[in-house]
Design a protein around this ligand. Structure first.
Ligand SMILES: Nc1ncnc2c1ncn2[C@@H]1O[C@H](COP(=O)(O)OP(=O)(O)OP(=O)(O)O)[C@@H](O)[C@H]1O
Ligand SMILES: [Mg+2]
Length: 414
């Protein structure tokens, strides 16, 4: 029970942390890549500008005056191209040259040649004499290094994220364990108290019950009003005994790991219960249908399992008006047994359905259906079924009826 809460807590903690880390990493990556790319474009622009200064108009034709230091261009994986005002290539130097046509609209171009991406920046060449446009310069550079740096960054960020997440999930587990400890402890204490208190109440209740019983054995010596009072006391003592037994069972059910294990035939249990409750059903003119044809074996505790189905059948009879129908069906799918108790009773709303397994919870309309229950029946049934490795589920519609289904793992006796 706490295991699940602890797990959910750790998972939500990790999810929030992972989301934050993801956003942060993404932001770092985007900002870094953008500024690196800007820097590269700036450098190319500077190169282009100094190259443009080399261009001169000679007899109406663009001439490149000085040869650029080609070695340096090669070392830096750069290249230069000069074009005249009609965009005809005049000269070029360096290795990483764009083959794309000159573009005026986009002054930054990127092209993939082979495996290498190349970026080019186009700048106008203006005559120093008359300020007229005499051609263009395109400075370009291989993006190999740029891509490599980004790949390294990705790798570093990725492994950083993985490592941080691994460490923080360990930390989260430890933290939630520590945080849950006091809650678990106080829950244990509460359970211990409930168990102890109900255990201690047993003997005084027993004393009351036996004394009342003895007194009622000789009603002749009493006034008739006294006899009535003693009967009321007997009833109240009986109710309290049931409550303490239920509380004790619930308080212990969480502690006892595995119930007493034996091969139990559910068919027999159900058959006996139907017989047991037949008079009650007859009194309310409720038709009880049960198709029990073959033995249904599970491994578990006979007394506890009897209690589960007794609770379900009792509820069905209790919350079904006169003339209704209660149907018990069994089904086996793969290695699981499904036993459903279906009624045509008052049913429940979806909101009520969320609470029916809570301890001491009873729907308001249930109170008008006489019955002196405490609202523990289903909580006990669920706890027993779960400790047997099964589950208890319910579907219900207000005013139409309810269907409780118990799933238990099949046992195949030798
Ligand atoms: N078959 C049913 N049809 C309609 N409502 C039901 C049915 N079974 C249970 N409920 C609702 O769920 C509530 C809880 O059931 P539960 O068996 O736990 O307690 P109870 O029957 O009121 O008391 P107890 O079983 O402790 O004597 C009931 O009070 C009732 O409102
Ligand atoms: Mg009940």
């Amino acid at each position: 029970m706490f295991q699940k809460t602890r797990y959910q807590l750790s998972v939500s903690y990790l999810a929030v942390f992972a989301a934050l880390l993801g956003i942060f990493t993404l932001a770092v990556r985007v900002v870094f890549a953008r500024s690196l790319s800007q820097k590269l474009t700036e450098n190319l622009t500077i190169l282009g500008e100094s190259a443009a200064a080399e261009g001169e108009l000679d007899n109406g034709r663009l001439q490149v005056e000085n040869d650029f230091p080609t070695n340096e261009l090669i070392i830096r994986h750069q290249a230069l191209q000069w074009f005249d005002s009609q965009c005809h290539l005049v000269d070029q130097q360096g290795q990483y040259i764009l083959t794309l046509p000159l573009s005026f609209n986009i002054d930054v171009q990127t092209q993939k040649i082979g495996k290498i991406r190349i970026r080019g920046v186009t700048l106008p060449v203006i005559s120093s004499d008359n300020g007229r446009l005499i051609g263009y310069v395109r400075a370009s550079q291989s993006l190999e290094e740029f891509d490599e740096t980004l790949a390294q960054l990705d790798w570093g960020l990725g492994s950083g994220v993985v490592m941080t997440l691994a460490l923080s999930s360990i930390g989260g587990l430890l933290l939630t364990r520590k945080a849950m400890q006091p809650i678990e402890q106080s829950f244990q204490r509460l359970k211990q108290f409930t168990g102890d208190a109900s255990h201690e109440l047993r003997s005084p209740l027993m004393a009351i019950t036996t004394n009342v019983e003895v007194a009622l054995e000789y009603p002749e010596g009493m006034r008739s009003t006294d006899a009535k009072k003693f009967k009321a006391i007997a009833n109240a003592a009986d109710q309290m005994t049931r409550l303490t037994e239920d509380l004790l069972l619930l308080a212990r059910s969480d502690q006892v790991q595995s119930p007493h294990q034996e091969a139990v035939n559910l068919e027999e249990i159900l058959h006996n219960l139907v017989e047991l409750y037949q008079p009650q059903a007859d009194a309310k003119e409720i038709n009880v249908k049960a198709n029990l044809t073959q033995p249904l074996y599970v491994l578990g505790d006979l007394v506890q399992l009897t209690r589960v189905f007794a609770n379900l059948i009792q509820n069905a009879l209790q919350y079904t008006p006169t003339g209704g129908l209660v149907e018990i069906q069994t089904n086996q799918v793969d290695r699981q047994l499904y036993i459903s108790v279906k009624d045509t009773g008052i049913g429940m709303t979806p909101e009520q359905l969320q609470h029916i397994f809570d301890r001491f919870w009873r729907a308001d309309q249930a109170r008008s259906y006489q019955s002196n229950g405490f609202g523990l029946g289903l909580a006990i049934a669920q706890s027993i079924v779960q400790s047997h490795g099964g589950s208890l589920t319910v579907t219900s519609q207000l005013g139409v009826g309810s269907c409780f289904t118990v799933r238990l793992p099949t046992h195949y006796p030798l």
